[in-house]
Every structure is written in structure tokens, then in C-alpha cells.
Design a protein around this ligand. Structure first.
Ligand SMILES: Nc1nc2c(ncn2[C@@H]2O[C@H](COP(=O)(O)OP(=O)(O)OP(=O)(O)O)[C@@H](O)[C@H]2O)c(=O)[nH]1
Ligand SMILES: [Mg+2]
Length: 467
């Protein structure tokens, strides 16, 4: 799937304007290629190619015959680099046009443009990192929430890898004993009796089950509880979302129909997080596009865990102030009356209280008059959201929780099934050995390691059979 022997390059700083930009090169001609555009007064070009280990050199990059720009080259010689190959990182200005020009020069000098994740793929295929670490790098780059970031960190620290490696080691140990029992069945040596075999298998099964039971899938982490803010146009939904997020994420204006799409952002709660979703105002459809965006809002509203319905008191009793009757509301709804700075809170209550009860909203106190502009009752909204998101919703990850992909969880379950079969066939060593080998293969798909040699090593290492 991946060629490993050519030299790849890519801009490895994120797109968009930034102060610093980074170009990365990995492969046998990484230094040659870097030298074609980078020069340093500290070193002549021969010395550049001979740099040892890890070095950092200040210099400049050529952009054309007479133009150059300040840059630094970080050289990592094989095998002490991320990919285990010769690597160079050129750090320079973050200007995208400029980075693109430098990249084009590298490409026309013979480098190949790296595919997505290709540097990490090289690190994996060259044995620098295991599969769980490669996955951690990918998930860290794409993490959208704290929960995902923490899970990626634990993966990178090798939490899953260590657990699986220890299981594999135990299975390999049992397999070693089983195979030795087969090989030496004619002789007077008993490596373990059937009861001991069962005990050892059961022990691995228990440890494996504890991991699966305590685990959560990446899909579950990604699915933070969805809190949708909806209501008529101009009610102040986006203003509220910005206040709750503590930043100007959504565009606010006095033009009805400002929000045209679903805007999604993670919001921190006192314990955990939720996804806050700003929607387009529901009600009168002013143009064809509004029809489409309202459809999106309606879908989000029906599929969310908690609806924050926001009324606009300047509309009075307008039907747009109430959720469309054909929509099935989620079981938890918070009703807010916005622009409370323009009216007396008591009047608002009198006007909307009855209607609110008709909405049948879960908790009796899910009603608040607020004003995002006057910063009135915003913390109270946050508290209401926290109260409504029950245990079931909150992603509560302890230090022990292992995050698994669906594939990894399935591999653990398959390994457990093979162990169960091995347990049942302990008195038929050949069959038990096949099942144990399957279990080991399943575990191997998680860490990317296959271990038949380890087993041989164990047989001969532990028993000093002497042949
Ligand atoms: N007086 C007052 N004005 C507010 C308040 N909240 C929002 N507004 C104003 O109401 C207008 C609409 O605010 P938005 O936050 O864009 O409302 P929205 O519900 O997101 O509107 P759409 O996206 O068009 O559906 C803006 O001019 C806001 O400044 C408030 O608490 N008090
Ligand atoms: Mg809006």
C-alpha cells in the first residue's frame, strides 16, 4: 500500500495563516533535497550532508535566484527519527503561498508528495511505533473535544498496547506449555496438568473481560451529548451560543435568517462536555435556501439529547415562538425567553409560563428569562443544561477506561471466544493449541505484532530442554 523507499515531503503545519510553517522530508534523499533549497553560513553544503544524529541549523531558503527567506533546518539522521529514515524539517515563515513555492521546488527536484498519514505509516512500518500509537497520532490530530484528546494521550502513552501485550504474553506462555506438551508427550515431562491449563486460561479471560467491560468506543466518545439551540429567527440563539462558548463563534446580526447552517462546537461542563448546536431560525420561510436550512434545524432538533428552545418576547404570542407541532420533541426541553433586558422578567413569566407548561418539558424548572446581550442568567442556562444531561449522557472517562475502535473491541471479543474454546478442549492439546494461536493472532491485530518466535523462545528459554 505504501512505498517506503522514496523520499516524501509535505507541508506539515496546519493550513491557514500562522507565524511558523513547517516542511517535512523523509527518505534516503531527504538531506540532498533539503540542501537544494536551504543554505547556511554555518555550514558548507558538504558538511550539511554529513550532519550527525540530530542537529538544528539556522540559515535561509532560496525562493528564486536572488530572493531568500530566514529558515531553520532540523536534521534527524536515520535511525533516530520519527520515521527511522533520514528526515529534515524546514521551519520558516507560515505564509501559505511561500510554503507552497518551497514545496513545489522540492517536488520538482524529485521528492514525492506524501499522502495523508504517510509519515506515521513509515514510522509504523519501520517498527518505530506500534499500531495503537499510530492510531493515537491520528486521533489526536482530529480530536474535537477534551475527552477525545485525553483518550488519544492515553493511547499514545501505550495504555492499550501494554494491556494487550501483557495478555499476549500470557497466552503465548500457555501456548508454549501446550505445544511443549504435544512435542514431548512421549516423554516423562508434564508441563502443566489440565486443571492448571484451565486456571491459566480463565485468568487471561478474566483480565480480557475486565478491559472490554471498562472500555468505551471512539464512536461513543465522539458522540458527546447533543444540545440543540433552536427557536424563531432573531431570538438571540447565536448570541446565546457565543456567550455559552465564551467566544464569538457564531455570526450575530439583526437580520432574521443570519444562521444558515448547523454550527457545532464542544462546550465544557462542570463534569464532561456536550456538543452545542446552533440552528437556523424556524418559522416563516423567506427564500428557497431558508427552506433547506430549516429542514436541517428540524432534523437536529428531533435527534438531540436536549433541546434549548428560545422564544423572542418581541414577537409576543406569534406561533413561531412555539416549536412546530409536527415535530416530536426530545424528552428534555429547556425553554428560554430571550431579550429579557427589554421586558420585565415578571411580565415575561406571566406571558409565557402557561405555554411553557403545555410543552411538557421534563424538569419543572426548565424555564428561564435570559439576555445574552445584558449577560443575564447565562450561568443559569449552563447549570440547567448540566442538570438535564443525565449520567447516561455524560462522557465520564476514568484513568482506567480504555478507548477502543470497533475493530479492536471485536478483536478482543474474538480472542476471548478462542480462549473459551481452548478452555473447553484443554484435554486435546492439539486443538487447544490451535485455539490459543487464534487468540494470539486476534490480540496481535491490535498491537500489530505477531509472536510465533516469542513462543519458541519461551518453550526453550523456560525449560532448558537442552536440545
Ligand atoms: N436587546 C437584546 N437584543 C438581543 C439579545 N440577544 C440578541 N439580541 C439581538 O438580536 C439580534 C439577533 O441575534 P442573533 O443572536 O443573531 O439571533 P439568532 O436567533 O441567532 O438569529 P437567526 O440566526 O437569524 O435565526 C441581534 O441584533 C442581537 O444583537 C438580548 O438579550 N437583548
Ligand atoms: Mg443565529
Amino acid at each position: 500500500m505504501f512505498a517506503l523507499e522514496d523520499t516524501i515531503t509535505a507541508i506539515s503545519s496546519p493550513p491557514g495563516e500562522a507565524v511558523r510553517g513547517v516542511l517535512r522530508l523523509s527518505g534516503p534523499t531527504a538531506l540532498e533535497l533539503a540542501k537544494s533549497l536551504f543554505y547556511s553560513e554555518e555550514l558548507d553544503s558538504v558538511a550539511f550532508l554529513d550532519l550527525p544524529g540530530r542537529s538544528r541549523i539556522a540559515g535561509r531558503c532560496w525562493l528564486g535566484d536572488n530572493i531568500s527567506i530566514a529558515a531553520e533546518a532540523y536534521v534527524f539522521r536515520a535511525p533516530s527519527s520519527y520515521t527511522t529514515q533520514d528526515m529534515v524539517e524546514i521551519h520558516t515563515s507560515g505564509n501559505q503561498t511561500l510554503l507552497q513555492m518551497l514545496l513545489n521546488q522540492l517536488l520538482s527536484n524529485g521528492a514525492r508528495l506524501a499522502g495523508p498519514g504517510e509519515f506515521t505509516a513509515r514510522a509504523f512500518f519501520n517498527g518505530r511505533i506500534d499500531l495503537t500509537e499510530a492510531q493515537a497520532v491520528a486521533s489526536m490530530i482530529h480530536a474535537q473535544s477534551d475527552a477525545q484528546l485525553r483518550a488519544s494521550e492515553r493511547l499514545l502513552e501505550g495504555q492499550l498496547y501494554k494491556l494487550v501485550a501483557s495478555l499476549s504474553e500470557s497466552v503465548a506462555h500457555i501456548l508454549a506449555l501446550t505445544e511443549a506438551s504435544i512435542d514431548f508427550s512421549q516423554e516423562e515431562i508434564e508441563f502443566a496438568n489440565n486443571e492448571q491449563f484451565r486456571g491459566m486460561i480463565k485468568d487471561v479471560q478474566d483480565r480480557l473481560k475486565a478491559i472490554v467491560d471498562d472500555s468505551i468506543t471512539w464512536q461513543e466518545i465522539q458522540k458527546l451529548p447533543q444540545v440543540v439551540v433552536a427557536g424563531p429567527a432573531n431570538a438571540g440563539k447565536s448570541s446565546l451560543v457565543n456567550k455559552l462558548l465564551g467566544m464569538d463563534r457564531a455570526i450575530v446580526s439583526n437580520i432574521a435568517g443570519t444562521t444558515r447552517d448547523l454550527l457545532t462546537a464542544p462546550m465544557k461542563l462542570s463534569d464532561g462536555e456536550c456538543m452545542l448546536i446552533d440552528t437556523a431560525g424556524l418559522g416563516e420561510v423567506v427564500d428557497p435556501l431558508a427552506g433547506q436550512t430549516q429542514e436541517l434545524s428540524r432534523k437536529a432538533l428531533q435527534n438531540c439529547d436536549l433541546l434549548v428552545w428560545m422564544m423572542d418576547p418581541t414577537r409576543g404570542d406569534d406561533t413561531a415562538n412555539y416549536p412546530p407541532e409536527d415535530i416530536k420533541l426530545p424528552s428534555h426541553v429547556i425553554v428560554l425567553v430571550g431579550k429579557a433586558d427589554l421586558f420585565e422578567t415578571n411580565k415575561i413569566k406571566q406571558q409565557f409560563w402557561d405555554k411553557y407548561f403545555k410543552l411538557d418539558c421534563g424538569l419543572p424548572d426548565n424555564f428561564l428569562a435570559i439576555s445574552p446581550v445584558a449577560d443575564f442568567n447565562i450561568d443559569a442556562v449552563r447549570k440547567l443544561i448540566e442538570m438535564n444531561l443525565t449520567e447516561r449522557h455524560s462522557v465520564n472517562i476514568t484513568a482506567m477506561t480504555v478507548t477502543l475502535t470497533v475493530r479492536q473491541r471485536q478483536a478482543l471479543i474474538d480472542a476471548n471466544n478462542s480462549l473459551a474454546s481452548a478452555y473447553d478442549s484443554v484435554d486435546m492439546h492439539e486443538i487447544a493449541a490451535l485455539e490459543l494461536r487464534d487468540a494470539l493472532d486476534y490480540l496481535g491485530t491490535i498491537s500489530g505484532k505477531v509472536t510465533p518466535d516469542e513462543i519458541l523462545g519461551q518453550i526453550f528459554g523456560q525449560f532448558c530442554i537442552g536440545k
